[in-house]
Ligand binder design. Structure first.
Ligand SMILES: Nc1ncnc2c1ncn2[C@@H]1O[C@H](COP(=O)(O)OP(=O)(O)O)[C@@H](O)[C@H]1O
Ligand SMILES: [Mg+2]
Length: 278
């Protein structure tokens, strides 16, 4: 299929090249950094499982910088096709020219390719991932007739959130059994407090009650709530308070309203906040 350059907007992609900038801040919660390095050294693909906003993207950015590899990040969505990842012919002036997609560029450059929320992508995406995730490590490009062999620096990392996926959207065993996997969860309070304080600039003693509240709200997951408060939302809340917003207002905007649209559940969450914060 030939598309004009404008339609490439279907791919949300960011490229980070290793430079002199310091490593993106990442507070490990277990042995995930060592596991990532082993996977990279042995040329094995990695699957990150865990709820949204718990640090997966930050972890990959940190590890790519640490290993000195460029990073191609693609946010997958239900319109994302294999061609969005591999590339396509584009019309330029009167000519058609081949344009590599982010996966192809990562393979050519020996970069890390991170497919965020991979289960959202169309089914044909798994077809291009399979030969890259076994010991062949190849990417056949049917349209150009090329078969690229991934250099040692190439690594495929994918993430997904098992929490809210339905059966239809689960990763197929034939795909998931090609990846090493590491499970992410929200950091324990003694780790989450410094993360939120560092990211927001709010003093740790003021972050402590927010983290306590977040854990009280997370405990409700499964009963009334689909997803617990993320570390990301906690950072938003702390950032608002840091910039002068009243804590009650910031908590409502960042920790309560994003979780539910149901007035009864919202009232319940507000009560939990009152009780937890005293
Ligand atoms: N372990 C951690 N170390 C440092 N920052 C973290 C950590 N976990 C979460 N964060 C913060 O939370 C934000 C959201 O995390 P992110 O990596 O985007 O989540 P995910 O990709 O899992 O949805 C990050 O931008 C970062 O500020
Ligand atoms: Mg992410």
């Amino acid at each position: 299929m030939i598309r004009s350059a404008a339609t490439l907007a279907a791919v949300t992609e960011t490229v980070d090249t290793p430079g002199s900038a310091s490593l993106p801040f990442y507070q490990p919660t277990g042995d995930e950094c060592a596991l990532f390095e082993h996977a990279y050294n042995h040329r094995l693909p990695l699957l990150l499982k865990g709820p949204t906003g718990c640090g997966k993207t930050r972890f990959v950015a940190h590890m790519a910088a640490k290993l000195g590899r460029p990073l191609y990040t693609v946010s997958c969505h239900d319109d994302l096709t294999a061609a969005d990842l591999t590339g396509r012919y584009l019309l330029k002036g009167g000519d058609t020219v081949w344009a590599d997609g982010p996966l192809t560029r990562a393979v050519r450059e020996g970069a890390i390719c991170y497919l965020d929320e991979v289960v959202e992508a169309r089914k044909d995406v798994t077809v291009v991932l399979h030969p890259l995730t076994d010991d062949r490590r190849i990417l056949p490009l049917d349209r150009t007739g090329e078969t690229l062999e991934a250099p040692p620096g190439f690594m495929l990392v994918v993430s997904y959130n098992p929490g809210y996926q339905n059966v239809l959207k689960a990763l197929k065993p034939s795909t998931r059994q090609r990846f090493l996997a590491v499970e992410f969860d929200f950091p324990a309070p003694e780790r989450e407090v410094p993360i939120v304080a560092t990211e927001s600039g709010l003093a740790e003693n003021r972050v402590v009650p927010l983290v306590r509240l977040a854990n009280a709200l997370r405990a409700l997951k499964g009963q009334d709530l689909e997803e617990g408060v993320s570390t990301r939302l906690l950072i938003y809340c702390a950032t608002l308070i840091r910039s002068g917003m009243k804590p009650e207002r910031a908590i409502r905007a960042a920790l309560i309203e994003p979780l539910t649209d149901d007035p009864d559940i919202r009232a319940g969450l507000l009560r939990v906040a009152e009780v937890t914060l005293g």
